[in-house]
Write a new protein. Structure first.
Length: 161
């Protein structure tokens, strides 16, 4: 692969990620560092939060995902899809409903016995999972940058005829 192709793939990846993250789509909510509050009379599609908390008191018709924050579903809030939290806690209050799975990496699930969950509950709690995920991601990034720098600094050899 040549350098231009790698640069093109990297830019295409960034455009896709940034357009998805900042889309003012139908009813999706995505935040970086700012909490998301879904009121009792509100309905949203997806709710995604990086480094913040999502509080659902209304209706989420798809998934709720948090990286480095907590998820609260309370006051008869409903989530039709999955709830996923990386490095945070999930709190499911009385008479709330989750249509899909509840998945947690590196935190705790607090749920009232009256909570209705349509799928499975997977809890990989504790700091060990966070550390493992961090080490794997950091290792992959370092390996990628070492490979990229070596590739860019490699002397070009003309093709022999």
């Amino acid at each position: 692969m040549n350098t231009r192709f790698l640069l093109f793939l990297s830019l295409a990846f960034l455009v896709v990620i940034s357009s998805a993250a900042f889309a003012s789509g139908s009813q999706d909510r995505t935040q970086f560092g700012h909490n998301i509050e879904i009121g009792p009379d509100e309905q949203v599609g997806d709710a995604t939060c990086f480094g913040c908390t999502i509080r659902v008191r209304g209706h989420v018709s798809s998934d709720v995902t948090v990286f480095g924050g907590n998820i609260y579903v309370e006051d008869q809030g409903e989530v039709d899809g999955d709830i996923t939290s990386f490095a945070g806690n999930i709190h499911l209050d009385r008479e709330t409903k989750v249509g899909g799975d509840v998945t947690l990496f590196g935190g705790r699930v607090y749920r009232d016995p009256s909570v209705s969950i349509g799928g499975n509950v997977t809890n990989m709690g504790g700091a060990g999972w966070i550390l493992l995920i961090f080490i794997l991601v950091l290792g992959a990034l370092i390996a990628f940058f070492v490979w990229l720098i070596r590739r860019l600094l490699r002397p070009s050899v003309p093709a022999s005829a």
